[in-house]
Design a protein around this ligand. Structure first.
Ligand code: RUB
Length: 302
């Protein structure tokens, strides 16, 4: 369980950040663990696998991509007649590799679709660090694009974006989050990632809803780059995600006594403010992503 615990700790500490990286690293640690589970029966094997599932999922409650992919692996590995532990292990690891491969494929499709939206000499506004967004932007580096990125308080994931893009030779400007309004106005497009997708919209890094409001006010198209794995089926009945609140220390490590600090990690962008979600199934609306999720992941609705 060492790898699983280390990965969960790194996710909590933000050493691993971004929905996709979190899902990929969790799956990799689960593969190492599944290979080494010492179980005498199928029941014992799945009980151990589910312990790891719980540890990983609870490291970041607002991450359906990690939750959905792990649940898929547990479900598929359990849904067969195998009894020999070695066969069960091989099957589970096989499903993990299959999902990791499919994530690579879907990322390629998203990059290709996203890149099709970005015109020569255009200016793109982004927020936080989304590996999907930076991959799209880097694929357009020969088009003389400019990127405006926020620093992303409180823990500055915008610096990861800024470094990645400027290292790739893209003209990148960083602003403080609260300067967003006047810069969005001058952009051709806002492009952000997503942590979770619901019927009503998407969740992404805190500040995303402020950005989407300004994009709407100034009539700037706002696209979200995300795999359909980020749709959260639990929100079909529950409605919304529970937004994780992070440590007040991230905002002020030695605050005055009696000061209340609240540090939500994500906020909600309503579907009316989203021009399109760039997914492996095409550029679609949040409503359509629900259908695409149901089609691609029918196992969840059995
Ligand atoms: C990261 C964040 C990213 C999404 C999408 O927040 O909000 O925009 O996770 O990223 P944090 P990706 O840094 O708190 O994890 O496209 O890489 O899945």
């Amino acid at each position: 369980m060492k790898d699983v615990k280390t990965t969960a700790r790194k996710i909590k500490a933000l050493e691993i950040q971004g929905a996709r990286n979190i899902a990929v690293e969790s799956l990799k640690s689960l593969a190492v663990y599944a290979k080494n589970i010492k179980a005498k029966s199928k029941r014992e094997f799945f009980s151990e696998l589910k312990k790891a599932e719980k540890i990983l999922i609870s490291s970041r409650p607002t991450e359906p991509m990690m939750k959905n992919t792990i649940k898929y692996i547990v479900y598929m590995s359990d849904a067969n007649e195998l009894e020999k532990i070695n066969d069960i292990k091989k099957t589970a690891v096989g499903y993990i590799n299959e999902v990791l491969k499919s994530l690579e494929e879907s990322k390629k499709k998203i990059i290709s679709l996203g890149s099709g939206l970005i015109k020569k000499n255009s200016t793109i506004f982004t927020h936080c660090h989304s590996s999907t967004v930076t991959a799209i932007l880097k694929s357009c580096r020969s088009r003389n694009i400019k990127v405006i990125c926020t620093e992303t308080r409180p823990v500055y994931q915008g610096r990861i974006t800024a470094k990645e893009l400027s290292d790739a030779g893209i003209k990148t400007t960083m602003i403080v989050d609260s300067a967003a309004k006047d810069f969005i106005k001058k952009c051709d497009m806002v492009l952000i990632g997503a942590d979770a997708i619901t019927l009503g919209g998407i969740y992404n890094k805190i500040g995303s809803s402020m950005i989407s409001h300004f994009a709407e006010v100034y009539d700037i198209p706002l696209y979200v780059a995300s795999e359909s794995w980020k749709f959260d089926p639990e929100t079909i009945t529950r409605g919304s995600e529970t937004v994780e609140k992070r440590s007040p220390d991230e905002i002020w490590s030695k605050p005055p006594r009696n000061l209340d600090i609240i540090n939500p990690a994500f906020d909600f962008v309503e579907k009316e403010e989203i021009t399109g979600i760039i997914t492996e199934d095409g550029i679609i609306t949040p409503d359509a992503i629900h259908e695409s999720f149901r089609r691609n992941h029918s196992w969840m609705f059995d």
